[in-house]
Write a protein that binds this ligand. Structure first.
Ligand code: SF4
Length: 82
């Protein structure tokens, strides 16, 4: 079973989602550490609001074998919605 499915069934995925969303309150999601409140609609350097739009996703096999494993490391590309 894929690791993300184990997380989902255990309830830990929900906990991690809530923890990730809380980072948007004083945004420190990336190294820019803008500190803006994206939950209130403020935007930082990336110009992304509370929700980012997923542009594409899929398995990624372009890294070293320990990172890729059997099923790929996974990639998610986001689209900025203005
Ligand atoms: S650039 Fe965007 S994601 Fe990064 S800290 Fe600033 S608001 Fe957050």
């Amino acid at each position: 079973m894929a690791a993300y499915l184990r997380l989902y069934h255990s309830g830990k995925l929900k906990e991690r989602i809530e923890a990730a969303v809380s980072l948007l309150e004083s945004c420190s999601v990336c190294p820019r550490h803008c500190g803006v409140d994206r939950l209130a609609g403020d935007v930082g350097e990336c110009r992304t609001f509370r929700e980012a739009m997923v542009f594409s996703y899929g398995p990624h096999f372009g890294e070293e074998a320990p990172l890729v494993g059997r099923y790929g490391s996974g990639t998610v590309f986001l689209q900025i919605v203005t």
